[in-house]
Design a protein around this ligand. Sequence first.
Ligand SMILES: [Zn+2]
Length: 257
Amino acid sequence: MRRNQNRRKLEQMLSESVKVALEGISALAALGLAAGGCAYAAMAPRSQIFGDTLVAPQGRGQIALTFDDGPNPAWTPQLLDLLAKHRAHATFFLVGKHAMEEPYLTRYIAEAGHVIGNHSWSHPNLALASPRKVRDELKQTKQTLEHITGAPVRFFRPPYGARRPDVLAAARDLGMIPVLWNAMTNDWAERSGEKIGHKLSERIDLLGRRGWAANVVLHDGAPERLGVDREPSIQAARILLERYIGVRRFVTVDAWV
Ligand SMILES: [Zn+2]
């Protein structure tokens, strides 16, 4: 009963964007780590309690579109065409094992001028992984991406936004800046691209009224396998590009360091 109450409290504390990670919080509870503050620090995208992370700077004019869980041969090429059409650049947080299977697509993302970041090798909840596993996940991905693209990987986004101080420290030791987000909806589960685009537009406008740039997450792939249908997410990207191009500036996250 008490555990249910704690869980409800946690759900209120967490933004909607990290509800996907609640299974991780249950696991944290199982490990006896579930003091509310601890879970908040580990999972909430804007919490800085476990160390500095890059979210977005003040200034209403900028939007960073970021795409997680690719590369995905089913949808990433169409996304790249869309971005090229609008002459916009984005940041792609790639899953290492997917990049290894799709080296040409990975290289093409980089050659098109987008920023590639590290999203771990196999997309585990790193807040629950051993320190050695954390380091292996980050290092193997960084080396693979750098081998494929020939360029240093400077950014890391933890799967589910889950982190501990040593996860962030491991990223920094490997020369990467941890990046979270401030605009996300459940695009991986929602089938209407229009709904996703509408929700994100509302969020971007709200952030803008409060004087903040937007760090938007969409998913062009999925952690478990290649080839997943991400049409609604790509449609949402199209909606955002059409709505904000010429009104806001689309940047990659390296513009913010
Ligand atoms: Zn992810």
